[in-house]
Write a protein that binds this ligand. Sequence first.
Ligand SMILES: NC(=O)c1ccc[n+]([C@@H]2O[C@H](COP(=O)([O-])OP(=O)(O)OC[C@H]3O[C@@H](n4cnc5c(N)ncnc54)[C@H](O)[C@@H]3O)[C@@H](O)[C@H]2O)c1
Length: 438
Amino acid sequence: MSDLSRRTFIGAAAAVGAGLAADALPGPAARGAGRAVGANDKLVLGLIGCGGMGAHNMRVLMEKPEVEVAALCDVDEARMPGDIKNVTEKYGKAPTIYRDYRKMLERKDIDAVIIGTPDHWHALNLIHAVEAGKDAYCEKPISHSIVEAKSMAAAVKRYGRIVQVGTWQRSTPEFTNSVAYIRAGKLGKIVLARAWKTDPFAVGNVAPTTPPAGLDYDFWTGPAAMLPYAPNHVHGNWRWFLNYGSGMTGDWGVHMMDIALLGLSEDTDLAMPAEVTSCGGRLAYPTDDRTAPDTVQTLMRFAKPDVVLHWQTGRDFPGRPDHGTEFVSADGKTLRVWRGGWHVMDPSGELIPPERVEPTNDHWQNWLDCVKSREQPRSHLASMAQTTIVCHLANCSLLAGATVRWDKAKNDITGRAGKETLCYSREYRKPWKLPVYK
Ligand SMILES: NC(=O)c1ccc[n+]([C@@H]2O[C@H](COP(=O)([O-])OP(=O)(O)OC[C@H]3O[C@@H](n4cnc5c(N)ncnc54)[C@H](O)[C@@H]3O)[C@@H](O)[C@H]2O)c1
């Protein structure tokens, strides 16, 4: 074992040695009370899930003077060296390393965590974090299923924690200004919203093999179904497998449909569709290992406001950005927004001169400010639970082969269609158990 490996798994060995059961955290009465962070205090962070987007979030946050990173956690030691080096160089002190995030959550000196794990882990990571009194920056989509999203929102509310979800488009000027333009009624009455993203991601066919020594594949799989290990199913690629993620509909749909939903709503309590109908499947890559659909067309009918939302992913979109959101008005004008720009077109396609664009502060700073003020950040968990649920409804309809109906007041699917799919809920693999909050 290398020096790095030895150091890396001191925390892991301690956790395993402690024989921590999957649901062996203290009872709710002892939970949820975090340290009050003063305006001039350092905010001490831990990262759960290294090497990918979690590490990117950590690096952005490390640029902020009020942040200190004290601990890193991953179930694969090969994902950690770069992050260990960055933190050590920045603070002159090596971070403590964990394999089991629950051991990290026991630390009283950690105020908040960044959750950068694959989607099938978010619900447990986040609920356990808020139970332990931590605020969180949690990656999107917030959950693997509708039932998880509801429980996460209820837990965050119950423990009064500040959670920013990684939908940073809510903090960039092209999107904030577009949403403000629509909400101010400048485009007119909206009758149709469209959101799209191309999907060029085949992962190939790779025979199952033995997991690498540094990867705890059992822990990586966590509450998902245990499948034979194949290298093209894990890091980065898990999103193309419905056992772990939700395909492009959850991966980018959560960004692009989020903007549509914000534009159709008065605030961050989002308008929700009453009926959702999808068709599609694995049409472009039928022999690929991926199990998520590569072609999806979804129509959503809203009652309030009276509007249709069209979600589309697949091999498409020449002549326009490969992702985007559009709003169409009753008199035929279209507002189009994508990462890096937005414009308004009249019915003939002529550009309408743009307005002055108002700047915003960045998504990570917004979270830090809110952790101190205890106000809700732009992508607060309850609002992102709604967008995530909309994505899951699209997949529920596709998997069920039926129209799925949502009741916003009851915050649930009505009728049976969709409830039998794993995007609605699933049995966790033992010993993992979803803490259910209502
Ligand atoms: N906001 C954005 O723009 C954006 C962009 C990319 C990814 N993401 C999101 O970020 C999250 C991570 O995506 P990624 O592509 O970086 O994934 P990734 O697979 O590259 O990285 C995830 C890491 O988490 C680790 N991990 C898995 N289970 C763990 C556990 N129980 N405890 C600790 N570590 C664990 C893995 O070993 C891996 O190192 C996803 O939710 C994804 O949707 C968001």
